[in-house]
Design a protein around this ligand. Sequence first.
Ligand code: G
Ligand code: G
Ligand code: NA
Ligand code: MN
Length: 244
Amino acid sequence: LVVDNLLFNAVRKELFLFHYQPYFNVKSKELVGFEALVRIRDENGILHYPGEFIDVLEQSNYLNPFREWALKEVSEKIKRWKRPISVNISARTFKNPNFPKQILEYVKELPAPMVLEITERLYMSEVEKSKEIIKELRKCKNLKISIDDFGTGYSSLSYLMDIDADTIKIDISFVRKMVKDERSRIIVKAIVTLAKELNMKTVAEGVETEEQFEIVKSMGIDYVQGFFFSKPLPEEEVGKLLGN
Ligand code: G
Ligand code: G
Ligand code: NA
Ligand code: MN
């Protein structure tokens, strides 16, 4: 009930906002783009994180107005910052038959891609259906697909070979284990090789230390995201970072 009230107000009074976490090219350390992560600033100025409300939001009638707001907001930022921005897409949005048409309206004139992050779990739970939806979405120029939390689902190798995405984001749990655990490094190395052969880019999620970064670098992973480089930032700080 408390969460419902928070969401009711967030929709009615436009209290949603995004923080933007930069991701970087591993080799050059240059900033590449951002992941948009939603928050609610309530009427008392308190910031609420998705852990508190995202599950309820995704099951509720607020999902449609939220999605409209989110697509508009991210499109504006891509226009302003001229960088790719990733958005997390829920299962319900991904499977909504109107979604490809809706997103085309936002994406068609952007100066950089919008990236849709769908979780590995969602993709793998219905591989054929996911491939079909992605095929439809691929009609939108400027739209890319990224597989989130990669390595946390139960994916068979045959599914992996089938995966139709531009980028895979190697889950934070692997990044953590890689420092101590040789098996994790071997598995990630294999994932990176597979991704290269399949023309996909790789992102290491949740890199928090220099030691983790050095391992990520030695594995040939393309991009890195994590607190070692930057936390998710309010839009004012992104503006400063990019110098506009
Ligand atoms: O920073 P962090 O606490 O922001 O995010 C927690 C979780 O919330 C992550 O798993 C992230 O994927 C999810 N999340 C963040 N923003 C969004 C969003 O706009 N839509 C959806 N569906 N999930 C989001
Ligand atoms: O599920 P998804 O990968 O979309 O979630 C992204 C989440 O990971 C967000 O909550 C974001 O704040 C968090 N995150 C980003 N970088 C780091 C990091 O270096 N360490 C930890 N622990 N969390 C991170
Ligand atoms: Na994500
Ligand atoms: Mn992730």
